[in-house]
Design a protein around this ligand. Structure first.
Ligand code: HEC
Length: 127
């Protein structure tokens, strides 16, 4: 029985060794995940940019908490959004609920930036 734990443990160490260490000043657990130091899959900045303003694949999420609300953002991180190919992958299993909450806590630190628009901002309104 013990051998199994040792085996699982060493596989874990092997995998974590592939991830770079966060810089010393980065102590916020949510920031460490967002900037990709936990895993490639949960590397939000890879798609949404280091500051959340959007990048190659992901849109601007600077105002996501304000526009969508915390529950919705939690669900999106957990279950993903959009289609399988171009959408956001579900991170359930990759991130624990506590880890998702820490990412949200980190996103709350961003100043609400009105000069940039999220998708919900661009929904047409009737005049
Ligand atoms: C592989 C690329 C990728 C990764 C990694 C990723 N996202 Fe996304 N995300 C997307 C795409 C693409 C969308 C848009 C999905 C759609 O609407 O079709 C999206 C949408 C979102 C939205 C909703 C935005 C809106 O206004 O509808 C939030 C919030 C979000 N992502 C947060 C995160 C967070 C936090 C992480 C890290 C834990 C993360 N994403 C990781 C690609 C990614």
């Amino acid at each position: 029985m013990k051998l199994i734990y040792i085996l699982i443990g060493s596989i874990g160490i092997l995998f974590s060794a592939c991830q770079p260490e966060p810089p010393e000043w980065m102590t916020d657990p949510g920031e460490i995940i967002f900037q990709g130091y936990k895993s490639v899959d949960s590397n939000c900045s890879r798609c949404h940019g280091r500051d959340g303003r959007g990048g190659m694949d992901g849109e601007n999420i600077r105002n996501a908490l304000r526009d969508l609300g915390e529950t919705e953002v939690f669900e999106i991180i957990k279950l993903g959004k959009g289609d399988d190919v171009k959408g956001m992958p579900p991170l359930d299993g990759e991130l624990s609920p506590e880890e998702i909450r820490s990412v949200i806590a980190y996103m709350k630190k961003w100043d609400s930036d009105d000069s940039t628009k999220t998708r919900t901002d661009s929904v047409a309104t009737e005049h």
